[in-house]
Ligand binder design. Structure first.
Ligand code: SF4
Length: 278
């Protein structure tokens, strides 16, 4: 796609901005250059609800971090959530709203399957970390920083489906970047970085210099690619399975074609199954 080159590229990069560009430069342009609306879907809002409850719970004194306290916090967070325009835009009926709350509560309650929150020595929640990493102005929000006898741990909550072992390592780039930013701003390199897939399992990694170098070099390469794309005004479309959930698919001929192709392939497969079964 050729377009007028934007006058400037972005002034900083977050893990979600970097992963959006790697996934599809065209989608990144729609969101970060054209600033088109990218409303969070229901699953993202369920995740926001669960994150907010856990943030407030982990700010309580350790002995108060109980399931009953989480339920009390969830009631008050629900009052805020249902007033938000993003939630109202979902236009859920009563039954769907109950299901929304049920999904959020399953995620919140799922924390206790992974850890005892009364044992966590919390140093910060929702910590804004900004630092220059391998020459890239980086910014991220860390869900939780905690301390144990051996050092600092970076934790991020996830309410989506946990990856299989083959895909786990790729998901850890985000928390490794947070660890690098924590080191750059405090001088202390966290010893461990983990994703808590609520109600499922923990995916974590020992933080070491090699991992930090690899992940920050990857960030620098993405940063360079973004600025080259902005300079040339050229943002490739990378059609794939995620096009079906892309909010910009109506503006993207390649994405539209991909969704149509997948829909037809699925229909043909279903027809073949029905023929075999009859
Ligand atoms: S529809 Fe697909 S190819 Fe098009 S911008 Fe979205 S993700 Fe990229």
């Amino acid at each position: 796609m050729q377009a007028e080159p934007p006058s400037t590229g972005p002034s900083r990069l977050s893990p979600s901005g970097a992963s959006t560009f790697v996934q599809c430069p065209r989608r990144w342009k729609f969101r970060y250059i054209d600033r088109l609306a990218d409303p969070p879907g229901e699953d993202a809002l369920v995740g926001n609800f669960a994150h907010r409850v856990l943030e407030l719970l982990l700010q309580r004194p350790a002995e108060l971090r109980t399931v009953a306290e989480a339920r009390t916090i969830a009631r008050s967070v629900w009052q805020e959530t249902k007033e938000q325009s993003d939630y109202q835009d979902l236009q859920l009926d009563d039954e769907q709203a109950r299901h929304f709350r049920w999904k959020a509560w399953k995620a919140i309650e799922g924390l206790w399957q992974l850890e005892d929150p009364t044992k966590i020595d919390v140093r910060a929640t929702e910590q804004d970390v900004q630092a220059e990493l391998a020459g890239v102005p980086f910014r991220g929000i860390v869900d939780r920083l905690e301390q144990d006898a051996d050092g600092v741990i970076v934790t991020d909550y996830k309410s989506g489906k946990a990856p299989g072992p083959r895909y786990s390592r790729a998901r850890l780039d985000q928390v490794l970047l947070y660890a690098a930013a924590v080191e750059a701003s405090t001088g202390e390199l966290p010893r461990y970085a983990q994703l808590l897939y609520l109600g499922q399992r923990t995916v974590g990694i020992d933080v070491n210099r090699q991992e930090i170098t690899e992940v920050t070099d990857k960030l620098a390469k993405t940063w360079q690619d973004i600025h080259e794309a902005c300079h040339q005004g050229s943002f490739d479309a990378r059609p794939g399975p995620l096009c079906s959930w892309c909010p910009f698919v109506a503006l993207c001929p390649q994405g539209n074609a991909e969704v149509e192709r997948r829909t037809e392939a699925k229909a043909a497969q279903e027809a073949a199954w029905l023929t075999m079964a009859s």
